[in-house]
Design a binder for this molecule. Structure first.
Ligand code: TYD
Length: 141
């Protein structure tokens, strides 16, 4: 299984297209066309109280594209060795989060919306919600 060679450096910003006219902008995401996976689920976080963090987990298999559809927030990524923080603040850029990466979302601006495109339907068995379990998983795979 090569996927657990995944590092935070595989979590890249993907520039998305933006079609602009006088009535505003439109950005289109098409699975396996401008992102590297098919989209099976979409969810979004909103009405996030000031100072709250979200995330705090890893996935074993799931791939995600995280977009600041409105406002801004920071994504802290951790592969068990390296960490990096990515600021998202434009709706035409997505952050690819590959499997096996611990992530925490923080510093949400007021009224921000975090849009997540996911490669699979919800499966609690795919979650690693305890950091120690995440570390063990990384060591074992
Ligand atoms: P969770 O993944 O813990 O949120 P976050 O990591 O953003 O803090 O999910 C919060 C709750 O929503 C939890 O009870 C699981 C549920 N949930 C679903 O039922 N389906 C989903 O697709 C997602 C993402 C969460």
């Amino acid at each position: 299984m090569c996927k657990m060679n995944n590092s935070v450096y595989d979590c890249v910003i993907i520039p998305l297209n933006k079609i602009h006219n006088r009535a505003g902008n439109i950005t289109i995401v098409e699975g396996n066309i401008n992102i590297p996976f098919d989209v099976k689920r979409i969810y979004y976080l909103y009405d996030i109280p000031g100072g709250e963090d979200r995330g705090g987990h890893s996935h074993k298999e799931l791939q995600q594209l995280i977009i600041a559809a409105s406002g801004s927030f920071d994504v802290m990524l951790d592969d068990g060795i390296n960490k990096k923080i990515v600021k998202l603040n434009r709706p035409n850029y997505g952050l690819l989060v590959v499997p096996g990466i611990w992530r925490e979302l923080m510093e949400f601006s007021s009224g921000s919306i975090c849009l997540v495109l996911a490669s699979d339907i919800y499966n609690e068995n795919d979650y690693l919600r305890e950091y120690n379990n995440f570390k063990s998983f990384r060591n074992e795979h």
